[in-house]
Design a protein around this ligand. Structure first.
Ligand code: SF4
Length: 367
């Protein structure tokens, strides 16, 4: 794995690299311009260039004075991460491997549907939470991503797929890492993506998925402007959930359920509950009964996700009949449950398959 594994190396690098403005909010940009003796409206102008017009060269920002363009180019950058690899599945889903300024690599997935477009972005390099069904867990936690690196993923994929600036898209924080473990940077990126002078996405188009970081869920609920919440549940007993998702030892099911019950959903909004079906582990009738009891009374809808095989991980996908039987058992109990077949499986770009290890990731054969 060719990643740089310490904050020290990143900060050392930052001393010699210009600071990226990709993750700077409009307010901060105006303050920055003020400190350089410029009017605040220059901040709005530059923000528009970066996020609405997706301009990657200060010299092309034609309504800025030449002296300002030159000084910005000297002190800052709006460069995108380097593309280290790309693979595409037959369903059009493509996985991009992006190399950051310190050499760390992350993966971001572009998922085109018939009438919508979704980008699955990473929030950390690797992950500390150790879920046994997830390929990213094998990397361990390397470091958090900055807001600039999160926005850099979005811009790189939009440009790489030539998505028109006026085309709406969705973002899911379901890539590498636990987004609530990197709360501030993820929220800064969310604020930038929803800024009306930038991409102008509605909060409805952005979903943050957590494995049950209860402190983070409560912190998110306290925020007025926030993305949709998805909770990855995956087991209905503390014994099993603690075994496959170590976070459950800190925040067991009852504590997680209370946090979901307290979450202040907006009118028409529901929490998405994700449940991975693993053969012989999470897919029997008792699981369905306990799952229905867990969700009863919560403002939630349920997505059942058949396990996506990943090399070396100790789980199996149930057969189709079992998957449908499980879904039907929930429907009979009055639950709103749908089966989501993850896209991008053959490019190792589906849920739980993201890992930047040259050995474990089959995309490398195609890059
Ligand atoms: S599922 Fe999410 S939280 Fe769990 S190890 Fe993978 S990236 Fe981390």
């Amino acid at each position: 794995m060719r990643v740089v594994d310490s904050h020290m190396s990143l900060s050392r690098l930052n001393r010699i690299q210009p600071t990226s403005l990709l993750g700077t909010s409009r307010t901060s940009l105006s303050l920055l311009l003020n400190r350089r003796g410029e009017s605040s409206y220059r901040g709005d102008q530059i923000f528009r260039w970066i996020h609405e017009r997706r301009e990657a060269d200060f010299q092309a920002m034609s309504d800025l004075p030449a002296s300002l363009r030159a000084s910005l180019a000297r002190d800052y950058t709006v460069a995108r991460p380097q593309v280290a690899g790309r693979s595409q599945a037959g369903d059009g889903t493509s996985k991009w491997v992006l190399r950051l300024a310190d050499g760390a690599e992350i993966e971001t997935v572009f998922i085109p549907y018939a009438h919508r477009l979704t980008l699955c972005v990473s929030s950390q390099v690797g992950c500390a939470f150790g879920c046994t069904f997830c390929a990213t867990a094998a990397m361990g936690r390397v470091r958090d991503l900055t807001a600039a690196e999160i926005i850099g993923q979005v811009l790189t994929l939009l440009e790489g797929h030539e998505v028109a600036p006026d085309r709406r898209f969705n973002i899911v924080f379901m890539g590498m890492g636990e987004p609530l473990d990197n709360f501030d940077e993820v929220m800064t990126a969310f604020d930038i993506l929803t800024d009306p002078l930038g991409a102008g996405l509605s909060w409805r188009r952005i979903t943050l998925s957590t494995v049950g970081h209860v402190d983070g869920i409560r912190r998110l609920g306290a925020r007025q402007h926030r993305p949709r919440l998805a909770v990855s549940l995956n087991a209905t007993t503390d014994l099993l959930r603690g075994r496959i998702m170590p976070i459950n030892k800190k925040w067991p099911l009852a504590v997680l359920r209370q946090a979901m019950a307290d979450f202040p959903v907006r009118p028409g909004e529901r929490i998405t509950c994700e449940y991975v079906l693993m053969a012989g582990e999470t897919d029997d009738c008792e699981d369905a009964r306990r799952l229905a009891r867990f969700l009863h009374g919560l403002p939630a809808r349920l997505n059942l996700i058949p396990w996506n095989p990943s090399p070396g991980l100790p789980h199996a996908r149930p057969d189709d009949a079992t998957i449908e039987r499980f879904r039907d058992a929930l429907l009979r109990r009055g639950l709103d449950a749908s089966i989501r077949f993850s896209r991008g499986g053959e490019a190792a770009a589906a849920c739980g398959q993201l890992v930047t290890s040259r050995d474990a990731s089959p995309w490398r054969q195609h890059s």
